[in-house]
Ligand binder design. Structure first.
Ligand code: FE2
Length: 187
């Protein structure tokens, strides 16, 4: 189940809010300019479908987002729990960083944990199948796919070389919950 927890940046042990109500999640995240939406496939798909079939199933929403943000490329990424590079892939974005373009992901299947650091608070967003999250450029955040990553996601890019993580050097991400067992820690 999707979930948002909000913490004060100085207190990783005590969530100020914990909700799995997607409407409440969207409302809270809108307050920091993060979009959180749910998309339905226009036809039945399964995670192993070809990427163009997956994109076609979400074509109307994909096109709407491309139009709104000016994205130039859209792709589909699939990661399975037995991926040989899963540990390195997981480590890559575990520390606090930002990008110079929006980070926009739609979870076709599986899940991942985005944690956003904004306005003195930490917003931990467990994204599940059907969730779209759009993190604005320059917002500091980190992403944990867990030790046994499993997801199929649609990604949106503005610049071919824009997908670079600028790391802040902060250790804040290490103080907040990781996505350890494929399920975030209970509230
Ligand atoms: Fe990122």
């Amino acid at each position: 189940m999707s979930r948002l927890r909000i913490f004060d940046e100085t207190d990783p042990a005590t969530p100020l809010l914990s909700t799995s109500d997607r409407g409440e999640m969207a409302a809270e995240l809108a307050g920091i300019d993060v979009a959180f939406e749910q998309w339905d496939a226009s036809r039945p798909i399964v995670p192993g479908d070809p990427h163009d079939v997956i994109l076609d199933a979400y074509r109307a929403d994909v096109d709407r987002l491309v139009e709104a943000h000016g994205f130039r490329t859209v792709d589909v990424v699939s990661i399975a729990p037995d991926h040989p590079d899963r540990e390195a892939m997981r480590r890559k974005f575990l520390d606090e960083h930002f990008h110079q373009e929006d980070e926009v992901r739609f979870f076709v299947a599986g899940s991942g944990l985005f944690t956003l650091h904004a306005g003195g608070k930490v917003f931990e967003v467990l994204c599940e199948s059907g969730d779209l999250i759009a993190v604005p450029d320059r917002m500091t955040h980190w992403f944990d796919m867990g030790p046994e990553p499993s997801f199929v996601a649609i990604r949106f890019f503005t610049e071919p070389d824009g997908w670079v993580g600028h790391f802040t050097g902060s250790d804040i991400a290490q103080k907040f919950p990781r996505y350890e067992t494929g399920q975030a820690l209970p509230a």
